[in-house]
Design a protein around this ligand. Structure first.
Ligand SMILES: [Ca+2]
Length: 228
């Protein structure tokens, strides 16, 4: 069955003064959808924090993201070519792993590494030297003991794309400051490990993301374990 793509543009963001906003929400994966096999050697299990925020991640970046919004003109169209490009040469099928190398176009490479954030929000700017016009990937394995209705709640500065078990969940191409729960993705996750991958882009200034996994009442998902 084809996934319905919902496009929510303009009005809310224009009202909020954010002139370049695009949100696309894909239908979330159904319960029982195929889960990719977790590679051997994952580290964990780690606990999400008390509010369900994930602090243990695999991280790869920075990659170039040229063509962002020209400074001083918030109505200008954005290009953000790194955000648009598939820098992993197969994002939707990609299985990240600590130590895995990603060749960069034009030479050089980025190596996936395990990181731990000391707060709810992963401050990407503290992890890399070059933050303007760049994009990064982060990923982890989320394990649940039993089938659970969850909300994956995301915040990002600036935009993000997110995949669960290789399936696109949302594309949020906004230039914005971060706050918790900016995007809420409702889905049922089956028992076992699920691969969560997020791509975050930055035009300029702050560069950060946060992801938490909660039940529909906003409480940390029960028996949630994180692997990287
Ligand atoms: Ca920013």
């Amino acid at each position: 069955m084809k996934h319905a793509i919902a496009l929510a543009m303009a009005a809310a963001f224009l009202a909020a003064g954010c002139k370049s906003a695009l949100k696309e929400e894909a239908k979330p994966p159904a319960a029982g959808a195929a889960q990719p096999a977790a590679p051997a050697g994952l580290k964990g299990p780690f606990q999400a924090d008390a509010d369900g925020f994930i602090r243990n991640w695999l991280f790869a970046g920075p990659f170039p993201n040229p063509g962002g919004r020209p400074q001083g003109d918030e109505n200008a169209p954005t290009a953000c070519r790194g955000f648009a490009a598939d820098l992993l040469k197969g994002e939707a099928q990609y299985v990240p792993q600590a130590g895995k190398e990603v060749p960069k176009d034009g030479g050089g490479k980025v190596v996936w590494k395990a990181i731990v954030s000391d707060s709810d929000t992963v401050d990407i700017a503290s992890l890399i030297d070059s933050t303007d016009d760049t994009v990064i990937y982060a990923a982890c394995w989320v394990e649940l003991e039993k089938d659970t209705d969850v909300e994956i709640r995301v915040g990002s500065d600036d935009g993000n794309k997110i995949w669960i078990d290789h399936k696109p969940v949302a594309v949020v191409h906004e230039h914005r400051a971060i706050s918790a729960d900016q995007d809420v993705h409702k889905m049922k996750l089956t028992a076992g490990k699920h691969l969560l991958m997020i791509k975050v882009d930055n035009d300029w200034g702050g560069f950060a993301f946060c992801v938490r996994i909660v039940t529909p009442d906003g409480k940390k998902a029960p028996n949630l374990k994180i692997w990287n």
